[in-house]
Write a protein that binds this ligand. Structure first.
Ligand SMILES: [Zn+2]
Length: 286
């Protein structure tokens, strides 16, 4: 399967692995790793308990930064926000504190029920099919989601259509300029592919299809009619909660997990001086 480049529409070339591609025109990386999102509850490869413990503090901080950027203090309360691929509703939980009337869409049955049971407004299904054509929002967020979607162009066009004029789109995606991605790619080149596979989420139910940079996201969004309105650097690792986060993929071996933990501690001061492994990019519908 070969997906056209999400950024420039070009034809990606095979690149280093039988599942990996690189666009010769813009440099975006893509994969054709298999997707298997459970639409019925089941035991997946992720320990969701460890995942929640490992990511909680970091995610709350990043979500607060994103919501703060989206909130317009001059606007009336109750701006309508849509979180695409909202998981069990982490961003939705916090969105009310920033004055949003927030709703989510989530295709994974394993996490959908959790959010619905907590009373959050979450619909099952995929974006944009889960919406009715006349629904419009003041803000649409893809929080670590766009990189999982094969047809990014269609997703961005649909986001444009479902935003009010002046509405804001937030794309928070992994950034291939980040230290962790660069080091993992260098290790992969010398045959140590574990960290690189992990960053692509190879073998997980919904692996990454794309690895962008903010400049590439800007190009893709502008093709869909958006205007860029700023970037926000986010943290991707926190020493607190690091161990359960590394261990959340049940099949990660202990030596591999220990190596990742030690690497993160050693490079911690350096990582903060380089581009982050995640940047949230904001766009406005004119
Ligand atoms: Zn391209």
């Amino acid at each position: 399967m070969l997906i056209p480049c999400a950024v420039c529409g070009g034809k990606p070339d095979p690149y280093r692995h039988d599942w990996l591609f690189r666009c010769p025109d813009c440099g975006v990386l893509s994969s054709d790793l298999p997707v298997a999102i459970p639409d019925l509850p089941s035991d997946g490869p992720l320990d969701e308990g460890a995942r929640a413990a490992g990511l909680d503090a970091l995610r709350r901080r990043n979500n607060a930064l994103i919501l703060q950027s989206l909130a317009d203090p001059a606007a009336k309360k109750g701006l309508r926000l849509l979180d695409v691929g909202c998981g069990p509703g982490f961003l939705l939980d916090q969105a009310a504190d920033f004055g949003f009337a927030a709703e989510g869409i989530e295709p994974d049955a394993n996490v959908l029920a959790t959010g619905q049971q907590r009373g959050l407004a979450i619909r099952g299904g995929l974006f944009p099919d889960a919406l009715s054509p006349e629904e419009h929002f003041d803000a649409i967020v893809f929080n670590d989601v766009l990189e999982h979607i094969p047809d990014v162009e269609a997703a961005l066009v649909a986001a444009f259509r479902h935003l009010q004029p002046g509405g804001v789109l937030c794309l928070n995606c992994p950034d291939k300029r980040g230290l962790f991605f660069r080091v993992a790619a260098a290790l992969d080149r010398i045959g140590v592919s574990g960290p690189y596979d992990r960053l692509w989420q190879k073998g997980l139910p919904s692996p990454h299809v794309w690895y962008f940079t903010p400049a590439l996201l800007r190009r893709a969004a502008e093709r869909a009619g958006f205007e860029a309105s700023g970037d926000l650097r986010l943290a991707t690792v926190d020493l607190k909660g690091l161990w359960p986060r590394i261990r959340m993929v049940r099949e990660t071996s202990l030596p591999m997990a220990a190596a990742a933990w030690i690497f993160t501690w050693i490079t911690w001061p350096l990582a903060r001086l380089l581009p982050s492994d995640a940047t949230a990019c904001f766009f406005r519908k004119p």
